[in-house]
Design a protein around this ligand. Structure first.
Ligand code: UT7
Length: 411
């Protein structure tokens, strides 16, 4: 029996703070007219001080869990696609979300393929389900790009926004859900879209901060040319792999970076405007989150029905790109049940409480069990065990010393 990965839940989270082009024109030398005509963007959302990539991801995840009508313990894997993670290198945002929603059976990891991240996440989720490794995957795209923007650089700060979108994917034996996916990359274009410092090549230093190297830097014109070329081609390839053509597409949901790029991809595929979903005007480019947010809004607007064929296409830094063809398989309606919301609300509170209790228990362990309460660490019960049995490292050291003295004696 073949297995397919079907989208059964969807949800989004957007910060309430709206920043218009007019407001931006008071920060940098730009205008509403320039931004609208070059990009189609009119406004974007900006995360508040208490909103982070993980908190938006968690909200979107909770909404997707509700529409999927599942319990968090059914989730086998949490994937978060982001290039604006909660912490520099670790822990992953996915682990934070897994803990916050009490998905206690789930593995968790992040994917960074910049603005193509969601397409990579979707392909990985599909593979995990089709291979039988997982039955239920929570896939999230979440970004707080406003934290990585140089608000004095008008070529980047006008483009990006914050938000999160989440999907729940489940195994099905019906030929529905993700029918095909294609991924691609061309690292020769790596320098076109980067955050230059903060990694192993240029670790953070006072100099990198002074040089404003921790912000997004982009060669917009080159990225534009790449996007226009790749979007139509990769969508076409995904359609061919699914045995379909552009005329079979009911709704095209591309990465929302720039209206002109979307229009040129749609025209390359010969798709009329009514079969192309656009919301870049409201949110700007939310990177990994843009496609799932757009899908949620398309569903809200009644544009997605059972058996519809959808095409998702993403592109971004790397350079990286991807596309997928999805046949919609479930009713695109949300069944809100009060009792379930209440039960899940209680579950999330319990998960938070349990997480806090575990953190406290670890601290208690550290203080009373491993001996770190005493100044030299030699008085705790574990330290006593170690003295009696010898720690593994002590035993290895002793063995090495014995060997060295035997060799000395032989000489
Ligand atoms: O997810 C992937 C992320 N990246 C993208 O999708 C970006 C793709 N690229 C783009 O969307 C477009 O290249 C931009 C919107 C970034 C720029 O549009 P463009 O038509 O390629 O403009 P440009 O970079 O060629 O700049 C044209 C002019 C320049 O002035 P000069 O040199 O002609 O005098 C810029 O300095 O526009 C100027 N400019 C601005 N003017 C007012 C650049 N940014 C601004 C601005 N306001 N914000």
């Amino acid at each position: 029996m073949s297995r397919y990965a079907q989208i059964v839940g969807w949800g989004k989270a957007l910060p309430s703070r709206v920043m218009t082009n007019g407001e931006l024109s008071q920060i940098v030398s730009t205008s509403d007219e320039w931004i609208r005509t070059r990009t189609g963007i009119r406004a974007r959302r900006i995360a508040g001080p208490r909103e982070t990539t993980a908190s938006l991801a968690e909200q979107a995840a909770q909404a997707a869990i509700e529409t999927a009508d599942i319990h968090p313990t059914h989730i086998d894997l949490v994937i978060v696609c982001t290039f604006s993670p909660e912490f520099g290198g670790m822990p992953s945002v996915a682990s934070l979300v897994q803990d916050a929603i009490g998905a206690e059976r789930a593995g968790a990891f992040d994917i960074n393929a910049a603005c193509a991240g969601f397409m990579y996440g979707l392909a990985v989720a599909q593979s995990m389900i089709v291979s039988g490794q997982c039955d239920t995957v929570l896939l999230i795209g979440s970004e707080t790009l406003s934290r990585f923007l140089d608000w004095s650089d008008r070529t980047t700060c006008i483009l990006f926004g914050d938000g999160a979108g989440a999907l729940v994917l489940q195994a099905t034996e019906e030929r529905t859900g993700i029918l095909s996916s294609v991924l691609g990359s061309d690292g020769s274009g790596a320098e076109l879209l980067t955050i230059p410092a903060g990694g192993s090549r240029q670790p953070a230093s006072p100099q990198t901060i002074m040089d404003r190297q921790h912000y997004i830097r982009m060669n917009g014109r080159e990225v534009y040319k790449f996007a226009v070329k790749v979007m139509g081609n990769v969508a076409q390839e995904a359609l061919e792999r699914a045995g379909l053509s552009a005329s079979d597409v009911d709704l095209f949901i591309p990465h929302q970076a720039n209206l002109r790029i979307i229009e040129s991809a749609a025209s390359a595929l010969g798709l009329p405007a009514e079969r192309v979903f656009v919301n870049v005007q409201s949110y700007g480019n939310t990177s990994s989150a843009s496609i799932p947010i757009a899908l949620c809004e398309a569903i809200d607007e009644g544009l997605v029905k059972a058996d519809d064929r959808l095409v998702f296409v993403g592109f971004g830094g790397g350079l990286a790109w991807g596309a997928a063809v999805v046949q919609w398989g479930v009713p695109a309606t949300v069944r809100r049940r009060g009792w379930r919301l209440l039960w899940h609300g209680m579950w999330y509170s319990w998960a938070r409480g349990r997480s806090a209790a575990r953190r406290i228990a670890r601290k208690v362990d550290a203080v009373f069990l491993d001996g770190s309460w005493s100044r030299n660490g030699h008085n705790g019960p574990l330290a006593k065990h170690a003295r009696r049995d010898g720690r593994p490292t002590d035993r290895l050291l002793d063995a090495a010393k014995d060997k060295a003295s035997t060799l000395d004696r032989r000489r």
